[in-house]
Design a protein around this ligand. Structure first.
Ligand SMILES: [Fe+2]
Length: 397
């Protein structure tokens, strides 16, 4: 085999290696460029080589280099840009000397992608002292084109990643403001009634715990979280005196208080939420399966799981909180009451999910309990756990 043929075969295999190296995903870009440089310097029989990229601000920086002692071509960028695009050219030994960065005799290829100056490939003289041939120039032109595209893609990818990071940061910021606003709103609702402090927050947390136990997706869980926080927003337009009345309500007063769910619905219907059922959940959080609830006296098939969850969470928190007109129930009594009202007021599956999640929280099986932190410290958890196990067994059968 002739030397030329051997050389040609070597060059083809080097090109194949290079193509694979440049297009392979996953590895670190810097390492990839370093490997590419080793392939190129080996191919062209030189100890010196460098691949440089040009920043958006026009500054050159070294991505990989070997053999050059004091390479600082950032200062020679304008000279390099003036050379023919993507064309390898021989450099005189004094190239860059005016800028104090003489790099010696060798071959340089300015890399351009469309009208973007991407960087350059620099090779020193051959260690065989042979001159670069026309075939070397041709091969380097092909290699340089691949590197130029790789540099350009990397730069685009980096810009895109930076943009994505910025978008993510803005989204998180908006999300935080949104949640703060939601909580501030809920605090304003709960502050109307001295006995319902944190009620909206607890209803939101209990509802989320049940929905998660039922396998809801994150999007829908966020929807019921919002519904929990805002379900009583209509109370903002009901008088404080009425909400805090210590004597029993008159029938007219009861009717007036009952308007809060339609008022809540009217208020939130002005907001274009990304969850379609928030309005329904809020309007119907006092409906009952047997049709004796309000405001629309809906029954079983009209009440979706979201409404059923919110209804149970709201009732459980109301029962276990002190109100102006009554003391609070203990947890066991509240659970028994929920069970007694199955089919008329509450749904079996929802109560089962609630009991299961509470049971898991008591047994420490969940990383962050949502319901347990709101129980009195002196609650007898072993008694509650035994009751829960009984209800779970009964409802599971
Ligand atoms: Fe309510």
């Amino acid at each position: 085999m002739s030397t030329e043929l051997k050389r040609a075969l070597y060059n083809i295999s080097a090109l194949a290696d290079l193509g694979q190296e440049i297009t392979a995903g996953g590895s670190n870009f810097q390492e990839k460029i370093q490997a590419v440089l080793y392939v190129i310097t080996g191919t062209f029989l030189t100890n010196k080589g460098a691949i440089l990229a040009c920043n958006k601000d026009g500054q050159m920086h070294i991505l990989a280099q070997r053999g050059f002692d004091q390479l600082d071509p950032g200062r020679a960028a304008e000279e390099i840009k003036a050379l023919a695009r993507n064309e390898p050219c021989l450099l005189p030994a004094a190239f860059g000397a005016d800028a104090g960065v003489a790099i010696g005799a060798g071959i340089l290829t300015p890399l351009w992608v469309r009208d973007e100056f991407a960087g350059m490939v620099l090779l020193g003289e051959k260690f065989t002292a042979d001159p670069y041939t026309a075939e070397d120039f041709e091969l380097l032109r092909i290699i340089a084109a691949q590197i130029a595209v790789a540099l350009n893609n990397h730069s685009l990818f980096r810009d895109l990643s930076a943009q994505l990071d910025e978008n993510r940061r803005l989204y998180e910021e908006m999300r935080r403001i949104y949640h703060d606003t939601l909580q501030a709103f809920a605090a304003a609702i709960d502050a109307k009634d001295a006995y319902t402090k944190h009620h909206s927050q607890r209803v939101a947390k209990y509802s989320v715990a049940i929905a998660r136990e039922l396998g809801w997706n994150d999007h829908d869980i966020e929807g019921i979280y919002v519904a929990g926080y805002l379900h009583d927003v209509g109370k903002l337009v009901i008088s404080n005196d009425l909400l805090n009345k210590k004597k029993p309500f008159t029938p007219e007063e009861v009717d007036q208080i009952k308007t809060h769910s339609t008022l809540s619905h009217t208020i939130i219907s002005k907001i274009n939420f990304p969850w379609k059922d928030v309005g329904k959940m809020i309007r119907h959080h006092h409906e009952r399966l047997d049709g004796s609830g309000y405001p629309d006296a809906l029954t079983h098939e009209d009440l979706n799981d979201g409404v059923r969850i919110l209804t149970l969470a709201d009732a459980f928190d109301a029962m276990t909180s002190r109100r102006a007109y009554r003391d609070k129930m203990d947890i066991q009594d509240a659970l028994s009451e929920l069970k007694n009202c199955l089919d008329t007021q509450f749904d079996n599956r929802i109560l089962l999910a609630f009991c299961r999640v509470l049971d898991k929280e008591i047994k420490g099986e969940l990383p962050e309990p949502d319901i347990l932190p709101h129980f009195d410290r002196d609650s007898d958890l072993s008694v509650i756990a035994a009751l829960l196990e009984g209800i779970i067994r009964e409802l599971s059968s």
